[in-house]
Design a protein around this ligand. Structure first.
Ligand SMILES: NC(=O)C1=CN([C@@H]2O[C@H](COP(=O)(O)OP(=O)(O)OC[C@H]3O[C@@H](n4cnc5c(N)ncnc54)[C@H](O)[C@@H]3O)[C@@H](O)[C@H]2O)[C@@H](O)CC1
Ligand SMILES: Nc1ncnc2c1ncn2[C@@H]1O[C@H](COP(=O)(O)OP(=O)(O)O)[C@@H](O)[C@H]1O
Ligand SMILES: [K+]
Length: 465
């Protein structure tokens, strides 16, 4: 499991460690790690041109001390302060002692630019003086963000104004949520974690890895039969969107359901593609309701939710007007799987505000509905029902933004619910496999939803191998 920690947690761990270490030791560790990564990126340090954008706080300090280390190895290092009156004094002295220079404007030539403007103390987007410096960085220079790209909110990934886009981010002690959640995540480039010895409390965000998914996947045993493996009931599709039924069923079958029961008006289309499917109501271990059902089917959604002891996944049209009290009153898991537009409708806010503040939106929905919530999109997030760490999905590809791929995801997550996984596990494991299948099927070229479903077994094998 990869974990990310809030600024508050990082600062508390830093205080605790600093109390036991000589002054400056922690910053020296950070700077040493940073300089080592830069040296590796430069290949040849001697004679290289390095620019340090130095903000007013400790982030600038890290960058200046790292600059000093590179200068001692023969790099030509120029620091450009964001505010000449406020620059880390120790870092500045170290850089000068190592032969580095200070200039008021960004030099025209640079092999590598260290973005030490703002770290975890940054609030909001870059203010004009900082933004002007960042803008003057030449496009062909390698940009290395110190701790995080300046202008990205460390706790949320929000970017509310100008911000740096890095090629590499060297982060200290722990991943911060803003490095893993869009829009911030799109600005970090490759992330390198430098261990500075922090002893951290609870993470606020976590990302499953192959081994975690392998451990969670339900696998049939000698005593399994199709009912014990889990029957998934799929209420999906309509005359207008019969394909949604086929794709949700495909996801459920490929997700390891013992059997799939289809309920709705697209049975002919479903059976033509999947003769394995049972048609009509009956006992199930989980319901998937909503993909492609269109408007006016609230009664069917209500019927599934009323079965309080059976896990239910609600997606797409099923989410329209969903009543928080009904969902809160359920005993078994409920998993809601909105995209940003559906989440915005449930929250009564514009879509853009969900996209800009994905973590806050998914947490708010989980809290309001007392349910696990999977928010789809460029970084899929899954919040558990009872609060606690949100899961961010590390797999996936923008090629998955194709009609029907969400229907496959619903069926897949439904199969995992039927297999006994709790809501947030079912959602995050499904997103992981779906994202991996998307990558395998796309392989850099356009992909259609059926191919994503067809690649699920390969994704599954990849995870357990
Ligand atoms: N906390 C830790 O565990 C460690 C922190 N270290 C470094 O210290 C950094 C945090 O340092 P600080 O707390 O001094 O904070 P920062 O250096 O991130 O920034 C704080 C300063 O920036 C100004 N500022 C805030 N938002 C701004 C904006 N939007 N535009 C322009 N100026 C803005 C503030 O007025 C404040 O003076 C970390 O990111 C990391 O680089 C490392 O040295 C090692 C350990
Ligand atoms: N920019 C993106 N990058 C990666 N994945 C994306 C992106 N946009 C959408 N997706 C994924 O594509 C799928 C689309 O689902 P959804 O929006 O429900 O579409 P549909 O209703 O057509 O199936 C989701 O799994 C979502 O996370
Ligand atoms: K920075």
């Amino acid at each position: 499991m990869r974990t990310a920690y809030s600024v508050e947690t990082v600062r508390a761990a830093e205080r605790e460690l600093m109390a036991r270490l000589p002054e400056g030791a922690l910053m020296a560790r950070a700077a040493a790690g940073l300089a080592a990564v830069c040296a590796g990126l430069l290949g040849r340090v001697y004679g290289s041109r390095v620019v340090v954008l130095a903000g007013p706080g400790d982030n600038g300090g890290d960058a200046l001390y790292a600059g000093a280390r590179l200068a001692r190895r023969g790099a030509r290092v120029t620091a450009v302060p964001m505010d000449p009156q406020r620059i880390h004094p120790g870092g500045l002295a170290a850089l000068r002692a190592a032969g580095g220079r200070v200039e008021a404007s960004v030099p025209r030539r640079a092999d590598l630019v260290l973005d030490g403007l703002l770290g975890i103390g940054g609030r909001g987007g870059l203010r004009p003086a900082a933004a002007a410096l960042a803008e003057r960085v030449r496009a062909d220079a390698l940009v290395v963000a110190v701790d995080l790209p300046s202008g990205v909110d460390a706790d949320t990934g929000e970017v509310t104004g100008p911000a740096v886009t890095a090629d590499v981010t060297v982060t200290f002690g722990a991943y911060k949520p803003g490095l893993l959640v869009d829009p911030g995540a799109s600005r970090v480039g490759a992330v390198r974690l430098v261990d500075i010895g922090l002893d951290l409390a609870e993470p606020v965000l976590e990302a499953l890895q192959h081994a975690d998914v392998a451990r969670l996947l339900p696998v049939p045993t000698a005593s399994s039969d199709k009912y014990r493996r889990g029957v998934v009931g799929v209420v999906a599709g309509s005359e207008q969107y019969p394909g949604a039924a086929v794709l949700a069923v495909a996801g459920a079958l490929r997700g390891g359901a013992g059997a799939v029961r289809y309920v709705g008006p697209a049975a002919d289309a479903v059976l033509a593609r999947y003769p394995e499917v049972l048609v009509g109501r009956g006992r199930v271990q989980a319901w998937v309701v909503g993909p492609g059902i269109g408007a006016g089917r609230a009664a069917e959604v209500g019927r599934a939710l009323a079965d309080r002891d059976v896990p239910v996944l609600v997606d797409a049209d099923g989410l329209r007007g969903l009543d928080p009290e009904v969902v809160r009153g359920r005993r078994a898991a409920t998993l809601l799987t909105p995209h940003a537009g559906e989440a915005a409708a449930l929250l009564g806010v514009p879509r853009e505000s969900v996209e800009a503040g994905r973590l806050a939106a998914v947490r708010e929905l989980a809290e309001r509905y007392g349910a696990a919530v999977l928010l789809k999109g460029s970084t899929t997030l899954v919040a558990p029902a009872g609060g606690g760490a949100v899961r961010v999905n590390p797999t996936g590809t923008p090629w998955l933004a194709t009609a029907g791929s969400g229907d496959v995801l619903s069926g897949l997550a439904g199969a995992l619910l039927a297999g006994g996984l709790p809501g947030a596990d079912a959602g995050s494991v499904a997103a992981y496999l779906h994202g991996l299948a998307g990558r395998l099927a796309a392989d850099g070229a356009p992909v259609v939803a059926q191919e994503v479903a067809a690649a699920l077994p390969a994704a599954w094998r990849d995870v357990i191998s």
